[in-house]
Design a protein around this ligand. Structure first.
Ligand code: SF4
Length: 247
């Protein structure tokens, strides 16, 4: 792809969706970044894992695509959401992109599982300043289970949560509910414990586990780890929410 500005940081992109409605307020321009260091048992985008796959885009190139969608994005109170993969692995690019978006009055949201390189702490502060909304995935409230589901420590998520709280930044939390894996009374008690005292969490979304990404695992000749797990039903969600309320 042709570069607009040779000084720009290049982002490694997996794909783009120009009309998304589930990932932040209003209609969103959704940018999926390539690369992830986790290997979640139910990942619906295992094709984003490889850090070397995908294609390059500069922040200006992304911005010019977002601008073309602005009439309907603005009218809906939407903006841009960057997801992945794990977008925080490309922090320099994100800072540049979100700063450009803010200069153009575009709402910025970041969908992350909080997996990033600790050397990027300073950049993270810059990114936080340019991000209107964090959408933080928390995949289990228990350290051992979190590691089993994601291969990464829960502390990484909790640390980012603490940073957002101390910076007084609004965020949403997302919890993918997987039957018989992270939906027990003990799981909900653990989640409640994490939620207690959070001031800047605007909402907690329970997302039902589904198997829509399974075919990608098969296509990539990977064994799908949750092949014996059923999708979460509306009943499962209600039950978990009731357990969470009770604590
Ligand atoms: S963090 Fe997201 S992209 Fe990475 S493995 Fe987990 S679900 Fe997949």
């Amino acid at each position: 792809m042709k570069r607009c500005n040779s000084k720009s940081h290049v982002g490694r992109v997996h794909s783009i969706e120009s009309f998304a409605t589930q990932d932040g307020p209003g209609i969103r321009f959704l940018l999926f970044m390539q690369g992830c260091v986790a290997s979640c048992l139910y990942c619906q985008n295992p094709d984003t894992w490889n850090l070397k796959a995908g294609f390059d885009m500069t922040a200006e190139e992304v911005l010019s695509k977002v601008k073309r969608c602005m009439p309907y994005i603005k009218a809906s109170g939407g903006g841009i959401t960057v997801s992945g993969g794990e977008p925080l692995l490309q922090m320099k690019f994100l800072v540049e992109l979100f700063r450009l978006c803010k200069m153009n009055n575009i709402h910025t949201a970041l969908d992350t599982s909080a997996f990033y390189n600790k050397h990027d702490e300073k950049l993270l502060q810059k990114l936080i300043s340019a991000t209107d909304l964090f959408i933080l995935d928390i995949k289990a409230a228990d350290e051992t289970l979190h590691k089993k589901i994601t291969s990464r420590p829960l502390d990484e998520v909790i640390d980012l949560l603490k940073i957002l709280e101390s910076e007084k930044r609004p965020y949403w939390l997302r919890y993918v509910l997987v039957p018989k894996l992270n939906d027990s009374k003990k799981d909900m008690q653990g989640l409640k414990k994490i939620l207690t005292g959070l001031k800047y969490c605007e909402k907690l979304e329970f997302l039902p586990y589904h198997t829509l990404g399974k075919h990608k695992w098969e296509y990539m000749k990977l064994k799908y780890p949750l092949r014996n797990t059923s999708p979460a039903s509306a009943q499962d969600l209600k039950k978990a929410q009731a357990l969470l309320r009770k604590g």
